[in-house]
Design a protein around this ligand. Structure first.
Ligand code: AP5
Length: 256
């Protein structure tokens, strides 16, 4: 029943995206050949979930399997901060406070990134949308591109999120992520890939984590309800080992 309503709303999305053609044929027309090949591929995958739910971890697994780029809005913003751009300086204040960066700063960076040629066949969105307004603006953008999204929500209990976030360590050189509790590096505090000393993200301090979780409840929950109301939300249990989470995502994507 739930799957049926997802299909119906996906058809509606396609119909609106293409105008005149029937939804079923639009689905075929809009899917490039690689999508219809023996190995099923997925155009756009939107990964939603609270801070620390494993969106980045699962994005990496999806990109390895399906060869579509990861567009992480957190990484796009952190790159601006690292490069010391005007936009990065402004965004940094919000990020350090555990608040969302305003759409006036966020949306142009995202749209610019999505207009790059590597996104033409599809992409994985990690960290966007985070508000109802962003969800609506993403729908409009994807309709223009003719790419209907798969919306995946990673669900993890709040008590576990604290441990996932306080335990996270990042390699500043290659951006690889570890967790001192669940996925430790082979040598303490050193990246397995390049031996660089690992660092903690400035927003992974306990008081900032609390604010990020509050922001998620207040700002992002309405976007999730928006997708749920339309029957487009696919819920995945994020509270299991990463490979199991990845398996559940794959099988739910394959059954859509
Ligand atoms: P962003 O970088 O997107 O942070 P986030 O959403 O808070 O998510 P995280 O990156 O903290 O967690 P994750 O879900 O990716 O988990 P991960 O895979 O790393 O955003 C940062 C800031 O930028 C925001 O606060 C905001 O200010 C701004 N921003 C970003 N997008 C914005 C937007 N659209 N609009 C406005 N502002 C925006 O996993 C966490 C840890 O757990 C890791 O250590 C990992 O190794 C481990 N782990 C993962 N999965 C498992 C598992 N299954 N079992 C055991 N360990 C696991």
């Amino acid at each position: 029943m739930q799957r049926e309503s997802r299909k119906v709303s996906r058809r509606r999305f396609l119909k609106e995206a293409t105008g005149a053609v029937g939804a079923a044929s639009a689905l075929t027309i809009l899917k490039p050949r690689w999508v219809r090949g023996a190995e099923k591929e997925f155009g756009v995958v939107v990964l939603l979930g609270p801070p620390g739910a494993g969106k980045s971890e699962q994005s990496r697994r999806l990109t390895a399997r399906h060869s579509i780029p990861i567009i992480s809005t957190g990484d796009l913003l952190r790159d601006q901060v690292r490069r010391g751009t005007q936009l990065g300086l402004q965004a940094d204040t919000y990020m350090k406070a555990g608040q969302l960066v305003p759409d006036s700063l966020m949306n142009p960076i995202l749209e610019d990134r999505l207009s790059q040629p590597d996104c033409a066949r599809g992409f994985i969105l990690d960290g966007y949308p985070r508000t109802l307004a962003q969800a609506e603006s993403l729908d409009a953008l994807l309709k223009r591109k003719g790419l209907p999204p798969h919306i995946i929500l990673l669900e993890v209990p709040t008590e576990r999120l604290f441990k996932l976030l306080t335990g996270r360590r990042i390699c500043p050189r290659c951006n690889r992520s570890y967790n001192i509790y669940f996925q430790p590096p082979q040598k303490e505090n050193l990246c397995d890939a390049d031996g660089t000393t690992l660092v903690q993200r400035p927003d992974d301090k306990e008081e900032v984590i609390r604010r990020r979780l509050d922001t998620y409840q207040r700002e992002t929950q309405p976007a999730i309800e928006y997708y749920a109301r339309q029957g487009r939300l696919v819920r995945v249990n994020g509270d299991q080992p990463p490979e199991k989470v990845a398996g559940e995502i794959e099988s739910k994507l394959a059954s859509q």
